[in-house]
Ligand binder design. Sequence first.
Ligand SMILES: [Zn+2]
Length: 134
Amino acid sequence: MKDSEEVSELQDAVSQLLARHRSVLDCLTKHHESTSRINRAFSKAVTSCGCISINANRQNFPGPSSGTLEDCPKHAHSHLQGRLCASCYEVIEEEMGNHLFYLTAICDLLEMNLNEVIKNEYSRINTLGPYFFT
Ligand SMILES: [Zn+2]
């Protein structure tokens, strides 16, 4: 996997903009807050707008005698119905961008390269294949 030029440019830009939130405590708490804001925007898409809905129940994975671990994704359901409208999409996309900003800022403060983080995660996923669980 090659380094993404966009990711490198994002990290450079975030590094230059970290004047106000230079403290790692600011970055950690803003990153945490951004997760809540994504969840709030997601919930509002369901409860206020209604463009998507959630209908959740137990996942019905096949038993060991009737399927393999590789078959599990075919049986997993997202529990989502509908599609985001343009307005909700825009709000959630903006919140995800804010989340990415603070994740990048944390990387920068720790002198980590976001491209390396992405590449290493991609490598772990590919190595573990169907045995990768989150
Ligand atoms: Zn909507």
